[in-house]
Write a new protein. Structure first.
Length: 433
């Protein structure tokens, strides 16, 4: 049922909510009760002065009667229905439901949004628990200490007398192990609660570099202004660990080379025409697609083409750079979805792969992922090249003929239906395995 034919239903629902009889509304609107009955059952259209009079009597804006629920609410309900494919929701009556019961519709949409937020939290925590080396070491240390305390305590609790010297030793061991356990617990709590810079300082060198790029919105203005990579790395990375500073300098050297090949003012002019198409940008500047992807991902947030995401991995599939998008998260510690074209590009080097993707179980829109793999260094005689893959992510066009391919983030939190690439069952559902 079209939305503009539901005005009568909305009038009836609003009248019932107010506890007003049909005859009373008809009298106050100066029309017959039979005519109002036809309007409320959507058998007569309504507009003009009569609509304004009825809206004033019911105490609502006329647009609430003619337009009903907002388009965003309709879209949220549609996403929720598509996510729960087995629910049997009547999509053809979605507008009618939202128009007649806007409160219930908003409740369902809000619930779905909250579920998605919780799923993302589970996703992040699962990824961290499964792959964070610092967290794994801390938990192992705590378990080892607890085991030592329990062993010493069990000996003291056994029947029979223990030599006083040995008893003092066991007591001292329990005391020292308890102090170590308390310190480990405090350290672990601080690590889990750490945010921003504190999280970066307690993480790996790669995480420290990623946190610095994230804090700068992935745009390093001093390098675009011609600054030397080593000096800029020394200045911006003063608080990083020595290993992280070495990684940062290497990343800044690549950034500076990209900025020299694709100067910022010219790129900002070019993207007005090319948009987020890395191939068009690469042809315009006579460079390779990978460099164009990196340049697009490091433009300032105000760039006319909008923001794009980027994932770079080496030949083993380990990330060396990650810039996620809200609609397309990228795991921090690996174990990614093998269906991403990023990994397919490694088996098809020098070929540009493009896919329209949708993250399984999310209300977010589709994205276009463009992947390209090429050797990471110059060719050498009698030596196999080492490949590096890039995948740029950008919001898909509103109208695209290509049907989005549903992919996950990691198998452990992917609700996607049976998948030949699945490594383990999902925590968010029970897809076939």
């Amino acid at each position: 049922m079209a939305r503009d034919t539901l005005t009568g239903s909305r009038i009836r629902e609003r009248r019932i909510i107010l506890g007003m009889k049909q005859a009373e509304l008809a009298r106050r609107a100066d029309i017959s009760a039979s005519y109002l009955n036809l309007i409320e059952h959507n058998r007569r259209r309504i507009g003009g002065k009569l609509l304004l009079d009825i809206a004033e009597i019911l105490g609502v804006e006329p647009s609430m009667l003619t337009e009903g629920a907002e388009a965003a609410l309709i879209a949220a309900l549609r996403e929720a229905a598509l996510h729960a494919q087995s629910s049997g929701a009547e999509l053809d009556r979605l507008d009618e439901f939202a128009g007649r019961f806007p409160g219930w519709a908003r409740l369902l949409a809000d619930s779905r949004a909250r579920i998605e937020t919780l799923e993302r939290s589970v996703e992040a925590l699962t990824d961290r628990l499964a792959h964070d080396p610092h967290l794994a070491d801390a938990l192992h240390e705590m378990l080892s200490t607890v085991t030592a305390i329990r062993s010493a305590a069990s000996i003291l609790a056994e029947p029979g007398e223990i030599d006083p010297d040995w008893q003092r030793r066991f007591h001292r061991n329990i005391y020292e192990d308890s102090a170590r356990l308390a310190e480990s617990s405090r350290s672990l709590a601080s690590y889990l609660e750490a945010e921003g810079k504190a999280a970066a300082e307690s993480g790996t060198p790669q995480e420290e570099v990623e946190a610095l790029f994230e804090a700068a919105d992935y745009h390093i203005a001093p390098l675009d202004a011609g600054g030397l990579p080593g000096e800029v790395a020394q200045e911006l990375g003063a608080a990083l660990s020595p290993t992280a500073r070495a990684l940062l300098r290497r990343a800044f050297e690549r950034y500076a080379a990209d900025a020299a090949a694709l100067p910022l003012p010219q790129v900002l002019e070019a993207v007005v025409v090319t948009g987020t198409d890395p191939l068009a940008l690469a042809r315009r500047f006579g460079t390779d697609p990978a460099r164009a992807m990196r340049r697009l991902a490091t433009l300032p947030p105000s760039a006319p083409c909008g923001q794009v995401g980027l994932a770079i991995c080496d030949a083993s599939g380990v990330f060396t750079f990650r810039k996620p998008l809200p609609d397309f998260p990228i795991p921090r510690f690996g174990a990614d979805c093998p269906l991403w074209p990023l990994f397919a590009a490694l088996s098809r080097p020098m070929s540009v792969l493009s896919r329209v993707l949708h993250s399984a179980g999310r209300q977010s829109g589709a994205v276009t992922a463009i992947a390209f793999a090429q050797p990471s260094g110059p060719p050498e005689i009698n030596r196999e090249p080492v490949f590096e893959a890039h995948m740029m992510i950008a919001p898909a066009r509103a109208r695209t003929e290509e049907r989005p391919e549903e992919v996950g983030v990691t198998c452990r939190i992917c609700p996607r239906a049976p998948c030949p690439a699945r490594r383990e069952p999902s925590l968010l559902g029970e897809p076939g395995f």
